[in-house]
Design a protein around this ligand. Structure first.
Ligand SMILES: [Zn+2]
Length: 75
């Protein structure tokens, strides 16, 4: 449950390690600050169901709330 979020950069495809939601947000914000300092953080959020017995392969790409906000703000 703790490491269920992974963020993907909307600019260059960089992906953070699996982490908690807040850690992942921090990672992608740091990435943007270093690599895309003039661009607001965006991209995809991947969420995996990590509960016991689930195994891998249960990936849900949530995305997009952040991305939509950014697109909207650009127009
Ligand atoms: Zn990037």
């Amino acid at each position: 449950m703790a490491d269920s979020y992974r963020f993907r950069c909307g600019e260059c495809g960089h992906r953070t390690a699996w982490a908690s939601e807040s850690q992942g947000e921090q990672s992608i914000e740091n990435h943007y600050a270093r690599r895309h300092p003039r661009i607001a953080p965006g991209g995809m959020v991947e969420f995996r169901k990590g509960s016991s017995g689930g195994g891998t392969g249960c990936l849900i790409a949530l995305a997009i709330v952040v991305l939509l906000l950014i697109i909207a703000s650009r127009n």
